[in-house]
Structure formats: C-alpha cells, structure tokens
Design a protein around this ligand. Structure first.
Ligand code: CAA
Ligand code: NAP
Length: 250
C-alpha cells in the first residue's frame, strides 16, 4: 500500500482519536502527512511534540472546517508551504446528541456545518487540481449512524448520510480524471466521541448491538483509509465501506 511516489495527504481533525491513527498509518506508509486542527485547540504543540517523539514530523494548520474561507486559507498555505494535496481525508466531525424533541437549531446547524458542509468546504479547495494532475483520493469519514439512524442523532445521522450522497455524485464527475471518492462508515470506535456517551447507554444499548461485542479500534479504520488512498484501490470509487463489527449489514 506504499505509494509509488511520495504523496501528500491532508487529514482534517488529525489530533482526534481516529484522525491521529490515520495520520500515523499514512506516515508509516511513506506519505507526507499534514493535519488540521480547530483554531481554538490549545494542545497543538503538545500533540506535535508527542508525535515527534514517536518519529512523526507532522505539520499542522488551523482550520475551521465549518467555514469555507478558513478552509480556503488553510489549503492555500498547505499548497504553498508543502505542495499539492493528493489525498484528502475529511475526518473532522462533532456530535451534539439530543432527542429530536430537545434538538435546538444551533445544535442542528453546528453538526450540519461541521460534518457535511465541511466536505464541500475542503474538497472544493483540492478537487480541480487533483483532476488536472490526473490522480487524487478523497475519503470521507461518515458513520454507521448515517446508514441506520441512531437514537438522539437526527442531526448527525442526516449529516453523515448526506456525506455519502456527496461522495456518489462527485465520484461520477471525477471518475475519468483519476480521482476516486469514497465513504467509510465506521461503527462505534473507542475515541473520546464515543466515551462521551453515558456509560449506562453504552453498556445497555450500544455494545449489545455489536456482534463482535467490542468497540472498534482507530487503527482498524486507519488501515482501510490507507487502502483507499493506495494505487491498488484505483478501481474503487463511489463506495460506502462499512467497518462496524457486524453491527449493521446491508
Ligand atoms: N436506544 C434506545 N433508547 C435509548 C437510547 C438508545 N440508543 N438512548 C437513550 N435511550 C432511552 C433511555 O433508555 C431513556 O428511556 P426511558 O425514558 O424509558 O428511561 C430515554 O431514551 C431517555 O434517555 P435519557 O434519559 O438518556 O435522555 P436524555 O435526553 O438525557 O439523553 C441522549 C438522550 C442524548 C440521546 C442520550 O441518551 C445519549 O447520549 N444517547 C447516546 C446517543 C448515541 O448513541 N450517540 C452516538 C455518539 S458516538 C458517535 O456518534 C460515533 C459514531 O458515528 C458511531
Ligand atoms: P474526536 O476524537 O472527537 O475528533 C474529532 C476531530 O474533529 C478533532 O480532532 C477536532 O479537532 C476536529 N474538529 C471538530 N470540529 C472541527 C472544526 N470545526 N474544524 C476543524 N476541526 C474540527 O472524534 P473521532 O472519534 O476521532 O471522530 C473522527 C471522525 O470519525 C468524525 O467525523 C466522526 O463523526 C467519525 N466517526 C467516529 C466514530 C467513533 O465511534 N469514534 C464512528 C464513526 C464515525 P480539534 O481536536 O483540533 O478540536
């Protein structure tokens, strides 16, 4: 899965649980890895230092993925300082879980902007140049809950389902240009997003729905990202790949 030529991969939200595993995996395979972080993230240098101790010289740039102009400025800086983005992983995302009865407009908007508008905001900055160069990979991190719905997640499930509509339409448009566009739909993975679920709900409602009886590991999703980014995956586009321990089969 090592790229034939050194390639530049941009991973949004690389300092989160899944994003970090994706950055580390791609770096181990020889990619030059760049990540983004929220403009308010106070732990950027600490994270970069820890990564450096593990041998990873990552570059990180502030970017609010919910804001188009912020994404444009971020990618322009990446291209100028590092080079063209050849692999984009739209990974940054949030939850604002509440029943629909309690769902307020701000929680709806925040999730739609961060999880769905972000795909437009980031992909728009890199897609034409990928097509012009005749090679590119766009990998959108959706969720099992975009496929099956989830209690307390009308906003999140809608945004994550929307990501795959975006994937399929864009995949058609760039299929002849050497650019693939795919969705990965992870099930419940042991990151801080999942640890925010009340333990009682996790134990009584969620884990029992997973035939493997455990949460997924970030590394397991990162391996799939690496495959989709690779040359071997050149014929795979417009797909929604589930990785969920058997929780949802379709
Ligand atoms: N399935 C069925 N029933 C559920 C449920 C679930 N997943 N979660 C809660 N309920 C039920 C409760 O048992 C409770 O039932 P009773 O009234 O009969 O006792 C009722 O719903 C109300 O529950 P709460 O008291 O918890 O209500 P709340 O308003 O305080 O909280 C909630 C509701 C925010 C949805 C909270 O239950 C919760 O956080 N649930 C987990 C939501 C979830 O799974 N989020 C996934 C986050 S991880 C992620 O999103 C990553 C990914 O992509 C997989
Ligand atoms: P996480 O640990 O909470 O990480 C989320 C990341 O998103 C953080 O790095 C955060 O950046 C970034 N982010 C949030 N809002 C942002 C914004 N406005 N602009 C820029 N970056 C922003 O969550 P995770 O579990 O790794 O989730 C990563 C992705 O996988 C999400 O899209 C999530 O929906 C999806 N997913 C997760 C699971 C799971 O079970 N964990 C399952 C299916 C899908 P900062 O750290 O800089 O704030």
């Amino acid at each position: 899965m090592t790229p034939d030529t050194p390639r530049i991969a941009l991973v949004t939200g690389g300092m989160g649980g899944l994003g970090e595993a994706i950055c580390v995996k791609l770096a181990a395979l020889g990619y030059t890895v760049v990540t983004t972080h929220s403009p308010g993230n106070a732990k950027v240098n600490e994270w970069l230092d820890v990564m450096k101790q593990h041998g990873h010289a990552f570059r990180a740039f502030p970017c609010d993925v919910a804001d188009f102009d912020s994404c444009a400025a971020c990618v322009a800086t990446v291209v100028k300082e590092i080079g063209p983005v050849e692999v984009l992983v739209n990974n940054a995302g949030i939850t604002r879980d509440m029943t629909f009865k309690k769902m307020d407009k701000a929680s709806w908007d925040a999730v739609m902007k961060t999880n769905l508008d972000s795909c437009f905001n980031m992909t728009k900055q890199v897609c034409d140049a990928m097509a012009d160069r005749g090679w590119g990979r766009i990998i959108n991190i959706s969720s099992v809950n975009g496929q099956k719905g989830a209690f307390g997640q009308t906003n999140y499930s809608a945004a994550k389902a929307g990501m795959h509509g975006f994937t399929k339409a864009l995949a058609l448009e760039v299929a002849r240009k050497g650019v693939t566009v795919n969705t990965i739909s992870p099930g419940y993975i042991g990151t801080k997003m999942v640890m925010a679920i009340p333990q009682e709900v996790l134990d009584s409602k969620i884990i029992p729905q997973i035939p493997m009886g455990r949460l997924g590991k970030p590394d397991e999703v990162a391996g799939l990202v690496a495959y989709l980014a690779s040359q071997e995956a050149a014929f795979l586009t417009g797909a929604n790949i589930a990785i969920n321990g058997g929780q949802h089969m379709f």
